[in-house]
Design a protein around this ligand. Sequence first.
Ligand code: PLP
Length: 329
Amino acid sequence: MMSKVPIVSQPTPLERLPRLSETLGIDLFVKRDDLAGPSLGGNKSRQLEYYFGAALEAGADTVLITGAVQSNFVRLTAAVAATLGMQAVVQLEDRVGDHSQEYQAGGNALLCDLLGARILRYPKGEDEAGADAALHTHAEILRAERYKPYVIHLSEGHPPLGALGYVDAAHEILAQNSGFDFFVVASGSGSTHSGLLAGLRGAGSTARVIGSCVRRPARAQAARISRIISRLSDISNDARAVKESDIEIWDGALAPGYGQPGQPAVDAMKLMARQAGLVLDPVYTSKSFAAIPALVESGQIPRGSRVCFVHTGGLGALGAYGTAIRDIL
Ligand SMILES: *Cc1c(COP(=O)(O)O)cnc(C)c1O
């Protein structure tokens, strides 16, 4: 058993969306993981239960993590560290190329400051191994100062502890409602998608899981999920029940690229806001939710299907995207 720190009040709500269900001709529910954990919540709260579990077990007093300037993972790490009396060192990568004050200092970046994190900057955005190496260099400096650092890795090749949080979430959802035909979830680093799929298959569910790309195109993402499932099998029996054909990816709302909302993403935000009163974020959940109307339209999600959309949060970034969203609202 991996150690775990309780961060999320479980279960998070599972709500039916009656107006959207009627509009789309499906039975649509939302798993409210936007309410999971502190400081505006999100899916990373479940992942951090395991990372902080490992950090505390290692006797750490400082946690280091890297992410985009508007990363929710980084913001939640700062929040959880604050609740546990630990120091967070967060490294913000230039992944999006937006140098406006709004993007660089608003939203999650502002929250990291507010939450008391130490902020480092990293000039590249497509260099996972380099970003992690920079964290390790900083961890060595901290160690020389007698701190006890723990690094949460971004790059592949480490045990996917975060995915265990979504193995748990799958069991939590099935206990709330075991009748879903489809799950739709954002697929970025892949921990959430992989863990959810593993937990469902491990529990015997044959529900289809559509991972909606927010970071890289479908082929590359499918290969990444496959590698994570294989590493997850070393630490979770559930992952051994996943077959290659279970990995389903949609990338129809990815353009123009990571951290940049296109028209389908903003249309999805409007649909969810105006028919369910729920706010999606511009980087992840707008692009993942966009899969549902598109796949219903194409017939790949048949009318009448019971569909669970996993709202993974991301609301801390909203303020940093005001101009980008307003321009295409
Ligand atoms: C990180 C993130 C995702 C993607 O989750 P992964 O586990 O990295 O694939 C989805 N939604 C939000 C809001 C996120 O912050």
